[in-house]
Design a protein around this ligand. Structure first.
Ligand code: SAM
Ligand code: DTB
Ligand code: SF4
Length: 337
């Protein structure tokens, strides 16, 4: 969707905008279902990059303890627990600039992915930069979606990160898509960007072909010791507005209400779901930062009459684009996205 059309949405009165996005949500996702995704940081801290929001960059004293790549069995334990508590997607993050084939750490991650992919959940990884070969290997190992965020507009990006470029991000996304993985690509609100930057980011995301399978909308969690430590928090209305615009611009994507939920009231989050968010990160911790407690989220969803996405039954076809709920359907149903 083009910038001018996005700006027209942005300028609409709040209630008109969320009524429109609700309509788009109902046309595409009629089941009041929210996907629960569990995040696990499999390699924490010590990252070479200078992303100014990130507690895992080695350049800032954020207090995050550097940890080695987790052992496969420890990851599997967390993945099984995620499945048991209702998650249908398991997302593993690593604080790396990127991965390269032929290295020990890449082989180790591939080995972990192969086992996690047997558990019947979508498998998402976010490992930084990828070349075409690495992308192919990840796909073959069982990754269903690759998370690589644009985070902000091309114009604002150099104010936030200087150790890699916007084009680097876009080529990784292209490699992931060419290898047949779905892409999870979104951004962060609250990096000192303007409304124009937010809309330019959504323009770039919505113009991707194919469009991303999921779009995480993060709100900056200002991390101690990072350059963005003192930034003012975004308002929940800004978040709702961007979720609504994302829902309209990328109608078939899971729009994931991501980092920052601990700063929002239940009522604010309810507005996010109304506007079209249909996925959350679930579990007390994100990668290094806090997330609402499991019981609190369960109570919130129950009080809104929202169901959680049911476990997949056709494990072989997770992420294949084939309907997993109704075997006779060849196209994606609303549940499968
Ligand atoms: N190293 C990989 C990369 O940069 O793509 C993967 C990990 S990185 C932590 C994944 C995403 O988490 C970032 O792109 C950003 O959108 C989000 N994120 C990181 N720190 C955050 C913070 N303090 N507040 C909100 N979102 C954050
Ligand atoms: C995404 O867009 N948000 C998640 C996931 N993808 C990897 C990460 C949020 C990280 C929040 C800060 C932290 O936990 O350090
Ligand atoms: Fe490293 Fe990713 Fe954090 Fe940037 S966002 S410092 S690449 S872990």
């Amino acid at each position: 969707m083009k910038y001018d059309a996005l700006m027209a949405l942005y300028e609409m009165p709040f209630f008109d905008l969320i009524s429109q996005s609700r309509k788009v949500y109902l046309e595409n996702w009629e089941n009041n279902e929210v996907q629960l995704c569990t995040l696990l940081s499999i390699k924490t801290g010590g990252c070479s990059e200078d992303c100014s929001y990130c507690a895992q960059s080695a350049r800032y004293n954020s207090g995050v303890q550097v940890e080695r790549l987790m052992e496969k069995e420890a990851v599997m334990e967390r993945a099984r627990a995620a499945r048991e508590t209702g998650s249908t997607r398991f997302c593993m993050g690593a604080a790396w600039r990127g991965v390269r084939g032929g290295t020990k750490r890449f082989d180790q991650v591939v080995d972990i992915i192969k086992d996690v992919s047997t558990l019947g959940m979508e498998v998402c990884v976010t490992l930084g930069e990828l070349g075409p070969e690495e992308a192919k290997t990840l796909k073959e190992a069982g990754v269903t979606a690759y998370n690589h965020n644009l985070d902000t507009s091309r114009e604002h990006y150099p104010n936030i990160v200087t150790t890699h470029t916007y084009d680097d991000r876009l080529s990784t996304i292209k490699h992931a898509q060419e290898a047949g993985m779905s892409v999870c690509c979104g951004g962060i609100l609250g990096l000192g960007e303007t409304a124009e930057d937010r809309l330019k980011m959504i323009e770039t995301i919505s113009e991707m072909s194919p469009q991303p399978e999921s779009v995480p909308i993060n709100s900056l969690m200002p991390m101690p010791g990072t350059p963005l430590e003192g930034k003012d928090p975004v308002t929940v209305f800004d978040v709702v507005r961007m979720i609504a615009i994302t829902r309209i611009a990328v109608p078939k994507a899971k729009v994931r209400l991501s980092a920052g939920r601990t700063h929002f009231s239940d009522e604010g989050q309810a507005l996010c779901f109304f506007a079209g968010a249909n996925s959350i990160f679930y579990g007390d911790k994100l990668l290094t930062a806090k997330n609402p407690a499991v019981k609190k989220d369960m109570d919130l969803l129950a009080s809104l009459g929202l169901k959680t996405q049911a476990p997949f039954t056709d494990v072989e076809n997770i992420g294949s684009g084939k309907c997993l709920q109704n075997e006779e359907e060849e196209t994606l149903c609303n549940t499968c996205g």
